[in-house]
Design a protein around this ligand. Structure first.
Ligand code: ADP
Ligand code: AMP
Length: 213
């Protein structure tokens, strides 16, 4: 099963993608996580990506497409995956579509986690992330058991640099300009499913499992 998560930054794509990955036994592939891991390890890719991410801009398509195609070519992605944060532009979606067509394959579902902009700013300002294992929390809605500490691996939780208020507004504008058009793109392909992302995370997940079966 190949699934794409669509939605504004902070809509809950990653939260739901992790739950889907666990239930349906497919890898969770997040381009944002791959970039953050590269930044943490000081790689050339990380240095390049950071310039864009810190400003709330998208990393250029050439760079992003290459890392994504490398990732999904790995053995664990053979039977499917859930893509979180990719595609974010029409050219990215076109490349994915072409590559899958070459393999006689296709995306099964594009799930749009729908959350209005007013809620997004609150979601992103309260997000705390574990840079070691990728777990995500929210200081009000989904708090860790112990403040500032990851439930999964015990590492310290941080606020992402790009979740600071001055960057959030920019990311939202970029989303509306460059990523939102993908909703029509996948609707025209007949695989778009929208869910109400303002509900609590278990209710959103029930809606998604109702779709995926
Ligand atoms: P995205 O991957 O779309 O950027 P995340 O999954 O990281 O978004 O979620 C953004 C923030 O909102 C996180 O702090 C997360 O814990 C919180 N969150 C996710 N889903 C919900 C929900 N259904 N209700 C309230 N908060 C949520
Ligand atoms: P995310 O973790 O999905 O919120 O992504 C964090 C940041 O990484 C984004 O704001 C972009 O700068 C960059 N990024 C992640 N995925 C992509 C993508 N598919 N295309 C371009 N930039 C991306």
């Amino acid at each position: 099963m190949k699934i794409i998560m669509l939605g504004a930054p902070g809509a809950g794509k990653g939260t739901q993608a992790k739950m889907i990955a666990e239930k349906y036994k497919v890898p969770h592939v997040s381009t944002g996580d791959i970039f953050r891991a590269n930044i943490k390890n000081g790689t050339e890719l990380g240095k390049k990506a950071k310039e864009y991410m810190d400003k709330g801009q998208l990393v250029p398509d050439e760079l992003t497409v290459e890392i994504l195609l490398d990732r999904v070519a790995q053995e664990d992605c053979k039977n499917g995956y859930v893509l979180d944060g990719f595609p974010r532009t029409i050219p990215q979606a076109d490349v994915l579509d072409k590559e899958l067509t070459k393999l006689g394959d296709k995306v099964d579902f594009a799930i749009n986690v729908d959350v209005p902009d007013e809620n997004i700013v609150r979601r992103m300002s309260g997000r705390r992330a574990c840079l070691k294992c990728g777990a995500t929390y929210h200081i009000e809605h989904i708090p860790p058991k112990q403040e500032g500490i990851c439930d999964v691996c015990g590492s310290e939780l941080v606020q992402r640099d790009d979740d600071k208020p001055e960057t959030v507004q920019n990311r939202l504008s970029v989303y509306h300009e460059q990523t939102q058009p993908l909703i029509d793109y996948y609707n025209e392909k007949g695989i778009l499913k929208s869910v109400d992302g303002t509900k609590d995370m278990q209710d959103v997940f029930s809606e998604i499992t109702g779709i995926l079966g």
